[in-house]
Structure formats: structure tokens, C-alpha cells
Design a protein around this ligand. Structure first.
Ligand SMILES: O=c1ccn([C@@H]2O[C@H](COP(=O)(O)OP(=O)(O)O[C@H]3O[C@H](CO)[C@H](O)[C@H](O)[C@H]3O)[C@@H](O)[C@H]2O)c(=O)[nH]1
Length: 224
């Protein structure tokens, strides 16, 4: 079901996807058995960007697996070029579509969920009939807007101010065509909407990268 609503049936194929659903199941079961528990199950789409101050950002160890951290390392000169994993997907430019959400919006989604749980807690405490089960709910933290890999490269190149080198390579195992959220439930129940644009996310990521080319680590020293 694309875009993916909160009600979408789940069927993870990768071990990583399975860990996410196992954790949700554990939390749902625990909450069901403990009426005093209120649990938010937040489903992240593709987080990107950095704090606009340029003081906090992502610092993957080793070779980055994810698109934006890799692209940022290409732009700052730590890697030669990006490999685009396949351009034969049935999308508008042949590359896969993801829902990239700014980390600041994602952080605000957590605050909105905590506020919602507070109000649920108050309602339940004052209810005439005491609940026999806890409260748990799934919410999609995504923008609802899909962007292809080539579009991401264009947005980030614009933030950097020059074209960034990439080559088309084979598909990566497990990559699917489209993972765009339909965050209707999160929009309505949490009164949360992603507000920041791809342009802002790319500018914030580039500010973080230029201020901290090696993330939180020291630059490597020349060996003699
Ligand atoms: O070097 C790269 C890295 C990625 N991609 C492409 O870029 C898109 C995004 O890939 P990512 O690895 O950045 O993210 P995924 O969509 O694979 O998502 C994974 O990483 C996300 C975080 O960014 C979440 O954790 C998510 O749950 C997890 O499945 C994919 O089409 C992928 O094929 C490339 O072309 N080259």
C-alpha cells in the first residue's frame, strides 16, 4: 500500500525490519497486559538533515550505509563518488523513492507523541470505568512526500553549490521501489506535520558537514 498508512499490514522481509516489528509486538503485548502503560509506536521514515546550528548531526562509523551521509562525505572530499544503486526501478527517473524527514521535524514528532500520551493518561485517570488494558498506538513520522535518489542528489548538490560525482551501479539487495508515508493518523491525532523542506534539510546537513568534516571525531593524522 503506497503511500503507507499506519493501518497498513506489516510483513517485514529483512532482519532489520523484523527487529522493528518484534519491538512493536513486545511493546503492544506489554501495554495490553499493564493498564497503567501508555505507549507511542513511532515509525520513522528516512531521517536526514542536522540541527540548523551546525553543532549536532549524524556521524556514522566507517563507510556510511545510508544515502545522505555518504553523499555528504563525497561533497566534503572524504569519498570519491556516490554509487547509485540501480536506475531501472519503475519510478519517474528509474531510482527508488523514499520519504526523507528532517531530524528536527522527527524530534518534534516525539514531543507531540509525549503530549498526546499525557492527555491520554489524564483521560484514563479520570474515566469512570478503569481501563483493563494499556494504550498503545502506531504513528508514522514521515512527510507524505516521496523523493527519488537522483532528486536527492540534485537537492544536495544545490545546497553545496556544485555537481556531485556519482555513478549508476547494480541494485542493492533488499531495496524496494517506494517507501512513502501516509501520515494521516499522526497528522490528525498528534497534530504534527513535517514542516521543513528537503532544501532546508540539505542546507542544514551541509552546514553540519562543513563545520565538522569528520563528525565528532578528529581528522586522521598522516602516518610517517
Ligand atoms: O550509497 C548509497 C546509499 C543508498 N542509496 C539509495 O538511496 C535510497 C535510500 O537508502 P538508505 O540506505 O539511505 O535508506 P533505506 O531507504 O535503505 O532505509 C534504511 O535506512 C533508513 C535510515 O536512513 C532507515 O533506518 C530505514 O529503516 C532503513 O531501512 C535507497 O534507494 C538506496 O538504494 C544509493 O543509491 N547509494
Amino acid at each position: 500500500m503506497i503511500p503507507i498508512p499506519e493501518e497498513c499490514p506489516t510483513g517485514p522481509e529483512s532482519p532489520y525490519g523484523k527487529t522493528k516489528i518484534f519491538i512493536e509486538d513486545i511493546l503492544r503485548d506489554h501495554t495490553k497486559a499493564n493498564p497503567q502503560w501508555n505507549t507511542a509506536l513511532l515509525r520513522y521514515f528516512n531521517p536526514m538533515g542536522a540541527h540548523p546550528s551546525g553543532l549536532m548531526g549524524e556521524d556514522p562509523l566507517g563507510i556510511p550505509n545510508n544515502l545522505l551521509p555518504f553523499l555528504a562525505q563525497v561533497a566534503i572530499g572524504r569519498r570519491e563518488k556516490l554509487s547509485v544503486f540501480g536506475n531501472d526501478f519503475p519510478s519517474r527517473d528509474g531510482t527508488p523513492i523514499r520519504d526523507y524527514v528532517h531530524v528536527v521535524d522527527l524530534a518534534k514528532g516525539h514531543l507531540a507523541a509525549l503530549e498526546k500520551l499525557e492527555s491520554v493518561k489524564k483521560e484514563r485517570e479520570t474515566a469512570t470505568e478503569k481501563p483493563t488494558k494499556g494504550f498503545s498506538r502506531e504513528w508514522n513520522l514521515g512527510t507524505g512526500k516521496g523523493t527519488t535518489v537522483l532528486e536527492v542528489i540534485k537537492y544536495f548538490s544545490d545546497a553545496v553549490g556544485r555537481d556531485l560525482p556519482y555513478e549508476i551501479t547494480a541494485r542493492r539487495d533488499g531495496d524496494v521501489l517506494d517507501l512513502t508515508a501516509k501520515p494521516t493518523r499522526a497528522n490528525q491525532e498528534l497534530k504534527w506535520h513535517a514542516e521543513l523542506t528537503m532544501k532546508q534539510a540539505c542546507e542544514d546537513l551541509w552546514r553540519w558537514t562543513t563545520k565538522n568534516p569528520y563528525g565528532y571525531q578528529q581528522p586522521p593524522t598522516e602516518s610517517k
